[in-house]
Ligand binder design. Structure first.
Ligand SMILES: [Ca+2]
Ligand SMILES: [Ca+2]
Length: 561
């Protein structure tokens, strides 16, 4: 007792001393004052070259959009048959718009199809009866538009289903008017497709071409009637149903030139014609191409009328960089992309319905998932979020693609996850106790609320959507810092890729587009103002705005005069 009493008094005296001294020597790092900022480039410090400010370019509505990719079968079931449907999407629009903040939807195929995924269509102008009716879809489009949201549908026109009446007629009747809508040959050629797959299917004398599968015969775009039909179909969806554009499935496989089957000149020419027709139907309609290829190839499509292409290499690079705790590869990939594409004209994402879920790829780490989301939502380009990514759903393709397309977890319910009142079409994948919308909505620091916060930040600051991008110098190789600037307002984003906390990083730029002067610095997350930063006549600066950046943490600093 005596000893404890003595300790009490010692502590009290120390506490009093520290309080009266302003706590400057307290070992608790939380109360440590910020290091003395260096207000302007210090001549004694050699500042390494940093990237020059980017020039501003034209942007479009989709540059301000945040897209959400929906597999309708797995999103939400409105009628208890265990299959997600169009009315289910309508019921969840408050979640998408208000809780998450998405502004546009991409629906995976909604046309009738014999497969569960729908990437083999049997009627291009109808709705899959599993998902509802055309009236349901029209109501969804109407409601989205009344909310100021956009909708894009998957347009799967490289091939049809082998069950499509066109193909049935063409295969069974050599004299069919649909015979030249497909590619029939006899004898069977010996060459294979670009990944070694067999591309010739059927039996003599009806060998036919199908780049993906015998159940997906390719349409023959050397036949004018096919082009006319597909053009008329796109006009129907744009002008009569009112969709805002198309995600173009398998865009690089459209027209073969003999054994050259991918990315042919004829394919590029076709898209140029297709997009021109589309814009004459609806001038702000968007096309987003799925070209699974390198950036150098994707950009050819952008230069031939397509609005956006999914940046597959960038997606992989973001996930790898986060997993490997180093931003270096991401820095060079982003520099390449910015040089290659028209200003900001690319679609960014982490993973889609054809890839292992991003949470899985990054080692099932919520910290990694938050960092990846922070990168995705602060970069230029148009971000796409794959349903379930925002709550950390897992799943790999190893057992089949169904495992990356399982029902979305709305609640923690063990058998339905709140997806249906019936039996879900595919089992709940698990982890729904915490990886569900209802639970994560209630937790301020959940992955869902991290997405929501970043989306809100992006939408309220045009620096992110329309602003320039400039890599900053940072005193640690584990931190990736960049400046996004628009009309004299800027944001500094700093991501710590390492698994260690980093103290007092220096952040600098030799030159920026910002005018000389003193700027306020606000930490977006905490809402508090830090020390001001002074910019020299070149807009250059060197400062130490933050005392520390936690492991895998992102700091967002708003810089305003
Ligand atoms: Ca249903
Ligand atoms: Ca083709």
């Amino acid at each position: 007792m005596m000893k404890n009493q003595k300790l009490f008094w010692v502590n009290l005296i120390i506490s009093f001393f520290l309080i009266s001294c302003g706590g400057s020597d307290v070992s608790d790092p939380v109360s440590k004052p910020y290091p003395t900022p260096t207000p302007e480039p210090n001549p004694s410090v050699t500042i390494p070259e940093t990237e020059s400010p980017q020039a501003q370019g034209a942007t479009y509505w989709w540059n301000e959009a945040v897209f959400y990719e929906i597999f309708v079968r797995s999103f939400y079931d409105s009628d208890g048959d265990g299959i997600g449907d169009i009315n289910g999407i309508r019921e969840k629009l408050d979640y998408l718009q208000n809780d998450l903040g998405a502004t546009a939807l991409w629906l995976m195929p909604i046309n009738p199809s014999p497969s569960y995924h729908g990437y083999d269509v049997t009627d291009y102008k109808a709705i899959n009866p599993d998902y509802g009716t055309m009236q349901d879809f029209r109501s969804l489009v109407q409601e989205l538009h009344s909310r100021g949201m956009k909708i894009v549908i998957d347009y799967v026109i490289n091939h049809t289903s082998d069950q499509h009446p066109w193909f049935q007629s063409a295969y069974n009747d050599k004299k069919s008017t649909y015979r030249d809508w497909y590619i029939f040959v006899n004898p069977k050629p010996t060459y294979t497709g670009s990944w070694g797959q067999g591309v010739w299917h059927g039996e003599a004398p009806n060998y036919y071409y199908g780049v993906f599968s015998y159940v997906m015969p390719d349409l023959n775009y050397n036949t004018q009637a096919v082009k006319d039909e597909i053009k008329e179909t796109s006009t129907y969806w744009l002008t009569e149903v009112g969709v805002d554009g198309f995600r173009l499935d398998a865009a690089k496989h459209l027209i073969e030139e003999g054994e050259i089957q991918d990315n042919t000149d004829a394919t590029l020419t076709y898209w140029k014609e297709f997009t021109a027709n589309m814009k004459s139907d609806k001038n702000d309609a968007i096309t987003i191409a799925e070209v699974i290829d390198g950036s150098q190839v994707i950009v050819k499509y952008i230069n031939n009328g397509i609005d956006l292409g999914f940046e597959f290499d960038l997606a992989g690079t973001i996930l790898n960089a986060v997993k490997k705790n180093s931003p270096q590869a991401l820095k060079s990939k982003l520099a390449e992309i910015r040089d290659l594409y028209p200003y900001h004209q690319y679609a960014t994402f982490l993973s889609n319905h054809d890839q292992d879920r991003s949470y899985e790829t990054m080692g099932k780490s919520i910290a990694n998932s938050k960092l990846a989301a922070s990168i995705l939502l602060t970069l230029p380009g148009t971000p796409f979020i794959y349903y379930g990514e925002e709550i950390g759903m897992w799943g790999t393709k190893a057992g089949g693609d169904e495992y990356i397309r399982t029902p979305l977890h709305w609640t923690s319910d063990a058998t339905t996850a709140g997806f249906t009142t019936g039996t879900p079409w595919w089992s709940i994948i698990g982890d729904q106790e915490t990886k569900n919308v209802a639970t994560q909505k209630e937790e301020d620091t959940s992955l869902l609320n991290t997405y929501a916060q970043l989306i809100a930040l992006r939408k309220s600051h045009p620096q992110f959507t329309k602003g320039t991008f400039q890599t900053l110098g940072v005193s640690s190789a584990s931190i990736y810092g960049y400046l996004r600037e628009f009309k004299g307002k800027a944001v500094i984003v700093a991501h710590n890729f390492s698994n260690n906390e980093i103290s007092s990083p220096k952040i600098y730029a030799k030159k920026t587009n910002l005018p000389e002067g003193t700027y306020k610095v606000k930490d977006f997350i905490s809402g508090s103002y830090l020390e001001n930063v002074k910019l020299n006549e070149d807009g250059g600066f060197l400062f130490q705005p933050i005392e520390r950046i936690g492991k895998k943490e992102t700091k967002v600093l708003l810089i305003e005069q």
